[in-house]
Design a protein around this ligand. Structure first.
Ligand SMILES: C=CC1=C(C)c2cc3[nH]c(cc4nc(cc5[nH]c(cc1n2)c(C)c5CCC(=O)O)C(CCC(=O)O)=C4C)c(C)c3C=C
Ligand SMILES: [Fe+2]
Ligand SMILES: [Fe+2]
Length: 361
């Protein structure tokens, strides 16, 4: 699926610079650097097999921004029960959502990059666009080297997480700056911190929900289910919880929903500690038991469908809701590669690039 093999770590302190900047003649000819955009998402296994899932989980769950437990405590837990048991349990869940081109998260992220690339070109702007995954392939290192070797002296990193969290956005910024620390000729760098209430995100999402209602009718409740986070992170100052509620409020306002027409829940709890509440699954079970039989569920913490939405929400939580007496459960997909979203994402990229010397294409 990848066009080139992964870029290795440098052998010395720095990577060798690409040919044009290593000319033997001096002074080197003047070169106006190009502008590059790096779209980053979480990452996903290469294939739905236990070894591939284990590789992915090992890298993901070894990140101290994700698991904030001292290494000497966490290492035996990770390498014992978690990496022995969890990959096998996840195989059939990944198999069930796998697409022809690979894992949905990667397929949609690559389509998003292709969409932004084509739109920037159509607008007459010469901008390189690359995809990097924080864990797994293509790595951020690989994507950065692609941009660097293409002559990009300006790199905008857009982590595809609407809400900021230390466990997602910040670790992307850490990795991009770590890779840049191995470059002799560093690019200028910018980062998008969040876009959780940006109309460029809220409007296409609200339009998608509105279009769904125009076709299928309005539910009794719209459930906005966000990926969870350990409660401790919020207590220590991670703004993700507040960002999620702000996204929900912005979406509800755009849709004209009253407070009792929607609810915010948190999914994907991992481990025994308390995570952000209310938890999605028990909340929806109780909702069905209390007589709310028609709901729509949307996941505004994700811009691309993935295991957490297609499997956890659209299969597992759906089953729980229906078994508890629910009658209609519609999962409204993420924005994925919808044209209005790709238009808006391109607008966002172009806005964030302002002031940089973009050459006409
Ligand atoms: C949307 C933002 C995300 C936040 C915040 C987040 C925090 C977070 N996640 C875990 C543990 C796991 N997450 C897993 C899957 C997963 N998580 C996100 C996004 C966020 N995670 C996505 C997009 C995905 C899907 C990946 C895919 O392949 O489709 C998993 C793997 C699946 C599983 O084992 O259940 C784990 C583990 C923690 C611990 C955490 C915050 C501390
Ligand atoms: Fe996660
Ligand atoms: Fe999950």
């Amino acid at each position: 699926m990848l066009s080139a093999p992964e870029a290795p770590e440098p052998r010395g302190r720095y990577w060798p610079e690409p040919a044009p900047t290593r000319l033997k003649v001096w002074p080197a000819p003047f070169k106006v650097g190009k502008v590059g955009v790096l779209l980053v998402n979480l990452g996903t296994p290469d294939e739905p097999t236990a070894p591939a899932i284990r590789r992915y989980l090992r890298e993901f769950l070894s990140d101290p921004r994700v698991i904030e437990i001292p290494k000497f405590v966490w290492w035996p837990i990770l390498n014992g029960p978690i990496l022995l048991a969890r990959p096998k349990k996840l195989v059939h869940r990944y198999e069930g959502i796998w697409m022809e081109g690979g894992s949905p998260l990667l397929v949609y992220t690559e389509r998003q990059a292709a969409g932004v690339r084509a739109r920037l070109k159509a607008r007459g702007l010469e901008v390189e666009v690359a995809v990097g995954m924080r864990y797994g392939k293509p790595s951020i290192r690989h994507a950065m080297m692609q941009l660097h070797n293409a002559g990009c002296e300006y790199i905008l990193t857009l982590p595809l997480y609407p809400q900021y969290s230390s466990s997602t956005t910040a670790t992307v910024i850490d990795e991009v700056t770590r890779v840049a620390s191995h470059l002799r000729d560093q690019p200028a760098m910018r980062f998008v911190k969040r876009f959780h209430v940006d109309p460029l995100y809220i409007n296409p999402l609200a339009d998608k929900i509105g279009a769904h209602w125009a076709e299928h009718g309005k539910p009794q409740k719209l459930v906005m289910s966000f990926h969870g986070l350990p409660q401790r992170c919020t207590k220590l100052g991670d703004p993700y919880c507040r960002d999620s509620y702000e996204t929900a409020a912005a979406l509800a306002a755009k849709l004209g929903l009253a407070d009792d027409e929607y609810l915010v829940t948190f999914q994907s709890r991992f481990g025994p500690a308390a995570w952000l509440q209310p938890y999605t699954e028990p909340t929806l079970e109780n909702l069905a038991k209390s007589g709310v039989t028609r709901i729509d569920v949307v996941c505004p913490g994700f811009v691309a469908d993935c295991l957490e939405t297609l499997e956890e929400i659209s299969i597992e939580v759906r089953e729980t809701f229906m078994n508890a007496g629910g009658e209609r459960f519609n999962y409204i997909e993420c924005l994925n590669d919808d044209a209005p979203w790709l238009d808006a994402l391109t607008d966002m990229v172009q806005r964030e690039l302002s002031g940089w010397p973009i050459r006409p294409d």
